[in-house]
Design a protein around this ligand. Sequence first.
Ligand SMILES: [Zn+2]
Length: 400
Amino acid sequence: MKTVGGNASSTHGCGIEERILARIDQGRPGPTFLAQGAIHGNEPAGVEALRRVVARIERDGLEVHGRIVACIGNLQALDQGRRFLERDLNRQWLPGSLARLDGRDPTLDTAEDTEQRALLKLYGELEASRSGPLVFLDLHTSSADGPPFTCMADTIPNRRIADTIPVPMILGLEECIDGAVMEWFNQRGQIGIAVEGGRHDAPETIDNLEAAVWLALDHAGVIAHGAVDLAPYHDRLLRAGQGTPHLIEIRHRQAITPQDRFVMVPGYVSFQPVTKAELLAHDVAGEVRAGEDGYVLLPLYQGQGEDGFFLGRRVPRFWFALSAWLRRLRLGDHVHWLPGVRRDPDDPNTLLANPRVTRFLLVQVFHLFGFRRERPRPNGLQAFSRRLAAPEAWTVRPRR
Ligand SMILES: [Zn+2]
C-alpha cells in the first residue's frame, strides 16, 4: 500500500487495505475521488493506469484538494487473471442481493462475497467521512477492439464529468445491466461514471484510462488547474474516439447464459455500424440478427460474461441541451399528466406508463426528463423511476 501526505489511515482489516493502491489526503478540503480498476479481474489496465497517476502525483509533488483513493475491485480474480471466480462482481449491487449478503454467515462466503464485503466497507467508510462530493470512476476494458468510451446514468453532474473526457458517451447501459457498482453509487445520489479504455491487452488502453483519470481529477478540482498539462491526455482521447458518434443510447442487450452457447460472428468491434437483420451471432436457437439499424457495442469474444453484445442508436447532441433545460424547469414533476401515465401507488418516485397509449417515443420522453427505465411490470406497464441525482452544485467546477 502506498500513501502520500498526512492523514493516511493504516489498518482497517476485512481486506480493505490490500485493495488500496493509494490513499492521498494532504489535509485540504475538497471532493473524495474514488477510482477503481479491475472489478473484472481480467481487466488489469485500469490498475496500471491508476498506478501511473499515483506515481506522478508523488514524483511531481502535486497538491491534492480533497482526497484520492485508488483501489482494486476484484482482488482475487485479478490475481488469477479471470473476469470473476464465482460470480460477476459488477452485477450484484442490488438491494436484494446486498441484503442477502448482509444476512449470510461470512464463513460461507464465495470469493466474490468476500470481495463485495470489503468493497462495501471501503465505500461506506469513504461516504461517511467525506466532506465534499464523492466522485466514483470505474475503469474497464473489453475483449473486442474499439475506441474508449464513457457510460453513466444520465444525470447532469454525471454528464458534466463525462463531458470533460472527449470520447463517445453511452447512455442507458445501466438500465440493461442490473447491479453494476456505478449504478449503486448513482442510486445513492453520488457522482459515478465508468470508462471503457479499449481492448484488455492493447498497450494504448492503459494510456487511454490514465488520460481519462487525469481529466476527471482536473474537472473535479482535486488537482489544481494548470498543475498538470492536460493537452496530451485530451488529444490522445480525442484521436482515439475519432469517427464515432458523440452520444449513443443503448436500445438492446443480448443477454446470454452458458446454455445459450453464444458465439459472436468474428470481426465486430465496438461502434461498428450494423443494419437491421444483419447476422451478428449464433446461439443454440440459431441465428442472432440485429433488430434495427444502429451500432454494435461490447461484442463478446471471451468465455465469461452475461452480455453477448449491445445495440445502440445515435442521439443528437441538441438532446442534451434540451433535456438539461427541461430538468432545470422541473417539468418531470408533471410527466404523470401525459396520457397513459400514472403514479405508482406504492412508490411516489415511480411512474407507470401503458405502452399501448404512450407508444410514441415513450422511453425517449422519460429519458429527457431524467427518469430511469425499470423492468416492465407483470401487467405489461412500463415503469420509470426518478433518479436520485447528486445536487447540481456538486459539479465542482464550471467547464472552462
Ligand atoms: Zn469490465
